[in-house]
Write a protein that binds this ligand. Sequence first.
Ligand SMILES: *Cc1c(COP(=O)(O)O)cnc(C)c1O
Length: 399
Amino acid sequence: MTEQYDDDPLFGAALDTLAIRAGHLRTAEGEHGEPLFLTSSYVFANAAEAAARFSGEQSGNVYSRYTNPTVRNFEVRIAALEGAEQAVATSSGMAAILSTCIALLKAGDHVLCSRDVFGTTTVLMEKYLGKFGVQSSFLPVTDLEQWREALRPETKLLFLETPSNPLCEIADIKKLAALAHEHGALLVVDNCLCTPALQQPLALGADLVVHSATKYLDGQGRCLGGVVCGRSELVNEVLAFIRSAGPTMSAFNAWVFLKGLETLRLRMDAHSANAMSLALWLQQQPAVEKVFYAGLPDHPGHELATEQQRSFGGVLSFRVKGGREQAWRVIDSTRILSLTANLGDAKTTIVHPATTTHGRLSDEQKAASGITENLIRIAVGLEDIEDIKADLKRGLDSL
Ligand SMILES: *Cc1c(COP(=O)(O)O)cnc(C)c1O
């Protein structure tokens, strides 16, 4: 994939240009829009060509579990946006994380993972990787000393998400990459909440970036997908596993994500501006106890987020005065916001983490992660933010 770039007019182009144009190899039809190749297999000109394709002597399409031109278009484009040598797409974000772990770890290895990662990532690591002899430890993302102390000789991978969800804690990617490398381990960053429009972890020293494309890369809540980006030497190992195991991205979904990427930067800027406006407004509401958003100057991660992100993204959370009853009342009083755990959609969503996304945590785990009964998470969408404020005001004013 890199080779395509060396003689490409887009070589060195800016993110906004790459997001719209990278990876489309126009066919003989002269199409302007990216074509959707709905085909499971490909035909060969003759038996010798078939043999050469199968042996790998000749590059080219064989079967869509291995390559598909539309999926390839998406992979080249997201690799360009992340500043990666190569990317491989998967059927979902979890498939991207699973494939990365299976490809790069073996029985006896150990993973250090940030405590407040996406819930299913914790289940995957503890329950399923554990079953195959890979151990994992979970640590607060802001406490570098704890990460250093938790390193073992068999620690091969550090995995984190920044900002964290829902409290927007910020990890120092540069420092954690340096720590991983001193130890001969790899750093993998789940860049789902920022996307490359706001943060490029590879440039800060991470070895691999994973995404749930389901969220902001699509941006309109339509398709499931994922992707792994990084150096070819690592991505090729993940790619080999995906080709054998089969969690490939569908061509149709890749085509939808390509359309999503065209507006990625505009959407992320608008999500960030709306979230900032809402965070400042929430701080003024008498029924609100505390707002968590890294864009607020009093947030402990504000300075670091300012250094490593272009802006602060669309996810925020806040505590109301009271407990579960008061939080539920605010949620149930909304008429526009969608009560759903998804994020990264044009539609604003609201959720009560303690009883949904974080419901499986023990009381001690919830306390350690700050998931209190009065906490509400909002993934701010692209509606007029004054309408969202008015929708929340009804419940807040009733407390
Ligand atoms: C949703 C999500 C995932 C999982 O992605 P799926 O596409 O649902 O499999 C992983 N990480 C983060 C941060 C997410 O928000």
